[in-house]
Design a protein around this ligand. Structure first.
Ligand code: MRU
Length: 354
């Protein structure tokens, strides 16, 4: 199975056609495949907040196109007014979710376009913005393939590979980040099993990862999050690969809540723990994980299991959506340029100096 065959097995998370942004509503997967055209910046903001589009790279691409949607009513305004509105709309979209650095990264990149040349009118600046969003989209596809190529050899015949949350094709516009090595290894005939943590509270593992890997013909088994220790203790897991929402300059990793627990377990059982991390997800301004903002989401996601209420109304609840895995628990970062290992501060800087 080639990368493009893999992508044919799944509906695209994000589409841009005829100046319209269409998102696959991931909250309804795997039972319903529903696409939603995004008409306004408010709708894009809400789609990001509600996780209709989710996963760090996909959030970045959706925000870039979302900014184009937001700027459509300003076509025809003077260039100066258009640029002012661009800053306002980018700041607004950037406020939808705090942890995935791809969101701010993509929006800053879009805004830089305005200062690159003198635009005669707002129509030509708008067209340049669309081209930049399309470039971010195409680059994301290439980044995924790059991580796949460099991570593929970690997966040996007969291995059990654990993953957490969904760092798959649905979380990107390509082969996914953590899943890219899996798709390429599978395509090359390597037999292995994937164990997908269900990922409470929003069940991205159960609803998305188990579904997308099965669609591509990969042998995938769903487990609840509290089964990971048992699976490791009984020798069923040989490798862990997760994605990330933001990697600090020192290699500390923010990812879906529960990732830290998996990393601690992997360390205890001496199982390699790798994180797939495209260039767009590294934040050189955050020196370590303590500088990464952690999203706190609404209590209802914890008090309810899907639509069924499981906790009493007055129960005190916390719902941090991400946690920080310290760099010393990370065996390596699978990037599009190769696998980066400790010391991360030095080696990440060396790799991305330019
Ligand atoms: O809350 P989500 O579903 O957006 O969280 C997604 C994750 O934590 C992914 O592991 C991460 O964004 C990497 S996606 C390639």
């Amino acid at each position: 199975m080639t990368p493009s065959d893999v992508l044919k097995t799944l509906p695209a998370a994000i589409r841009w056609q005829d100046d319209k942004l269409t998102l696959l509503d991931q909250t309804r997967l795997p039972h319903e495949i529903v696409f939603e055209v995004q008409e306004t910046p408010e709708q894009v903001w809400q789609s990001i907040l509600e996780l209709k589009v989710r996963g760090a790279p996909a959030i970045g691409v959706a925000a870039a196109y979302g900014l184009c949607v937001a700027m459509q009513p300003f076509i025809g305004a003077g260039v100066g007014d258009f640029v002012d509105a661009l800053a306002d709309q980018a700041a607004y979209l950037n406020s939808s979710r705090p942890t995935a650095v791809n969101l701010g990264w993509a929006l800053r990149r879009m805004q830089r376009v305005a200062g690159e040349e003198d635009f005669d009118n707002s129509q030509s600046l708008y067209e340049r913005l669309v081209a930049e969003a399309q470039a971010i989209h195409q680059e994301d596809i290439a980044l995924c393939e790059g991580m796949g190529r460099h991570g593929e050899s970690l997966i040996k015949p007969g291995m059990g590979v654990l993953t957490h949350c969904n760092a798959g094709a649905l979380a990107t516009t390509g082969l996914g980040t953590a899943t890219a090595p899996m798709y390429l290894a599978h395509g090359n005939g390597v037999p292995f099993k994937v164990f997908a943590d269900e990922t409470r509270p929003l069940l991205q593992g159960a609803r998305l990862t188990a579904w997308e890997l099965a669609e591509a013909g990969i042998d995938v088994t769903l487990i609840t999050d509290n089964m990971a220790a048992h699976m490791m203790a009984t020798g069923q897991i040989d490798l862990v690969i997760t994605g990330t929402d933001r990697v600090a300059a020192n290699g500390d990793v923010a990812n879906k809540i529960g990732t830290l627990g998996v990393a601690v377990l992997a360390n205890y059982f001496k199982i390699p723990f790798y994180v797939a991390c495209p260039a767009s997800t590294i934040d050189f301004e955050a020196m370590d994980g303590s500088q990464i903002p952690i999203e706190e989401r609404e209590a209802k996601e914890v008090s309810h299991f899907s639509t069924a209420q499981v906790a009493l109304d007055n129960t005190q609840i916390r719902n941090p959506a991400f946690d920080i895995t310290p760099n010393k628990l990370v065996s390596g970062l699978i990037t599009e340029q190769g696998i980066v290992r400790a010391p991360y501060l030095e080696n990440l800087q060396k790799q991305y100096q330019s």
